[in-house]
Design a protein. Structure first.
Length: 165
């Protein structure tokens, strides 16, 4: 798989895990959004299989529109050389700035589909990327590549798009 059309996150934790209560709280505090997981986690600790595909819904607090559906996949980064290469190129493009070290020690890739499901809010995938960057302490490479940033950069992009954080 290549990272095009995905927000790519580079996490140090070797296993995927979702602490839904924490993710929900972070969505509220970091991007003022409601988030839900579409499927039920089978592991009581939120551990995911090595490769997993998940569906989330997300919407800004106070918005009465139908929540936007966002698809997420996670893989061991060792199985995703194109994703690692995209992270390395993005870090090199900004002169490293410490992001090169984060990409180098990452062991898990999280890919968020850049296009939401249905006719949802086009900003929702970036909002979810911001939440995940905060929870996973993972840098983000946008679908167009060429740059890498963290939570602060994601929030700035959201605000520029009119999302209140």
């Amino acid at each position: 798989m290549i990272p095009e059309n995905h927000w790519c996150l580079f996490a140090a934790a070797p296993v995927g895990r979702i602490d839904l209560a924490r993710w929900t709280q972070q969505a509220l505090s970091l991007v003022r959004a409601e988030i839900t997981l579409e499927q039920r986690l089978t592991d009581p600790d939120g551990l995911l299989p090595a490769v997993a595909s998940l569906g989330f819904t997300l919407r800004p607090i106070g918005d009465t529109a139908t929540p936007t559906r966002v698809r997420v996949q996670t893989y061991p980064l060792s199985e995703m050389p194109a994703v690692r290469a995209a992270g390395e190129r993005a870090a090199a493009a900004i002169g490293g700035a410490g992001m090169d070290a984060l990409v180098a020690r990452a062991t898990r890739a999280w890919l968020i589909a850049a296009t939401p499901g249905g006719a949802g809010d086009a900003r929702a995938p970036l909002a979810l990327a911001a939440v995940m960057a905060g929870v996973l302490l993972a840098p983000i490479v946008p679908p167009e590549g060429g740059v890498i940033f963290g939570l602060k950069g994601a929030r700035a992009r959201l605000e520029a798009l009119g999302w209140r954080t």
